[in-house]
Design a protein around this ligand. Structure first.
Ligand code: NAD
Length: 356
């Protein structure tokens, strides 16, 4: 089979880690008899430098004509003083909007060999954990009406948290469909003891759950959830939540896994097309030094094979190869312990390739 994949390497370490992911994908293609056609496009600082636009129309078109988008990271000090609409980060939000992607999937997996890198105690970690945070991406307080008004306490600012039934229903359906492929367990996180929008959220999630009688659904208040993920992370499987709560909880969970250099993410909408990217940024401090951990980008490519291309076996082959490299104690500098020798981006990529 032939698959068109849009590739946006971005800035900083983006090009290095995306090159690693492409190398792995090419190897997978040869091994399993697929042809991946990589269509490169510019976004972020690199696009601003060339077109004075962080998300050119040409890039949007290439992404719309591809099965999936493999994204590195954008941004860096060089572009920090640009006005907001020209900043590299605008490219990610713009692209998600253009492609109609409203679900952000962020796996928080603690790989067994990296137990020591977690800030949690070993008796809490037990055998590790595998949490999938499904965060609503295009609604809620980040996109609600905002502004200023005069009050008798002086000038006030407001941001409105707003969710429609349809917005909640479509993200809930994604969560329930994915739960069927995992451990059939969802924890929906809200603040329905205080917020009207959360009460609507809970009512709709309950309604959708009626179509999935095999899935065990719990509801949890966000303040409690933020404690429970630290007290007993392995009690969670899928966490389904709103834009802001998901933003905060997914960062909290990612740090429990030891390094941001290993965690992938996906943004999905209706249909199979998605954007796949590491959760880390462009890490300007280590860019161009062959020091970046390529695992997050490589696992993002694995998520792409699974979710957008339906190549489950191939995705699993990559995940197993990463796991093996970690079990064999290969470490880039972000996950190496004091005294351990760290290997570079290229060597880690080669080891993973060899394991496939
Ligand atoms: P960052 O994730 O780039 O870096 C934070 C720290 O983690 C740094 O010390 C960095 O060296 C390290 N790190 C990150 N990825 C690593 C990897 N793969 N291997 C080893 N170490 C790694 O976050 P930041 O420093 O806050 O942001 C830098 C730039 O990236 C900013 O311009 C920011 O706006 C941008 N950013 C972009 C995205 C994105 O493109 N999705 C996300 C976050 C930040």
């Amino acid at each position: 089979m032939e698959y068109n994949i849009a590739v946006i390497k971005g800035d900083g370490i983006g090009p290095e880690v995306v090159d690693s992911a492409i190398e792995i994908l090419k190897f997978i293609g040869d091994k399993y008899g697929h042809r991946f056609i990589f269509n490169e496009a510019l976004a972020g600082g690199a696009a601003y430098d060339k077109y004075k636009d962080p998300l050119p129309m040409e890039t949007i078109n290439i992404c719309k004509n591809s099965k999936a988008v493999l994204f590195g990271a954008v941004g860096g000090p060089k572009w920090d003083s640009l006005p907001r609409e020209k900043r590299p980060e605008k490219a990610i939000l713009g692209l998600r909007k253009e492609l109609g992607l409203y679900a952000n999937l962020r796996p928080g997996i603690l790989f067994e060999p990296l137990k020591d890198a977690s800030p949690l105690r070993l008796d809490i970690i037990k055998d590790g954990f595998d949490i999938l945070v499904i965060r609503e991406l295009t609604g809620g307080i980040y996109f609600g009406e905002k502004g200023f008004k005069d009050t008798d306490m002086g000038k006030a600012a407001y941001d409105i948290e707003i969710y429609s039934e349809k917005e909640v229903e479509r993200i809930a359906r994604i969560a329930f469909q994915l739960a069927m492929k995992r451990n059939k367990k969802i924890t929906s996180v809200d603040k329905s003891n205080v917020l009207e929008s959360s009460r609507l959220w809970r009512r709709i999630v309950d309604k959708v759950s009626k179509d999935y009688p095999d899935i065990h659904l719990d509801h949890m208040y966000v303040d409690n959830a933020s404690m429970q993920v630290i007290r007993d992370p392995s009690s969670f499987d899928i966490i389904l939540t709103s834009n802001m709560f998901g933003d905060i909880l997914s960062d909290e969970i990612s740090i429990l896994t030891g390094s941001i250099g290993i965690l992938p993410s996906a943004s999905l909408g209706k249909g199979n097309r998605g954007i796949y990217e590491p959760i880390h940024g462009s890490a300007p401090d280590i860019a161009g030094k062959n020091k970046a951990n390529p695992i997050a980008a490589i696992l993002s490519a694995a998520m792409m094979l699974d979710y957008s291309l339906g190549l489950k076996e191939e995705a699993l082959a990559i995940e197993n190869a990463v796991n093996k490299a970690l079990r064999e104690n290969y470490r880039t500098m972000d996950i190496a312990k004091k005294g351990e020798t760290a290997i570079g981006t290229k060597k880690m990529t080669n080891i993973i390739k060899g394991n496939i």
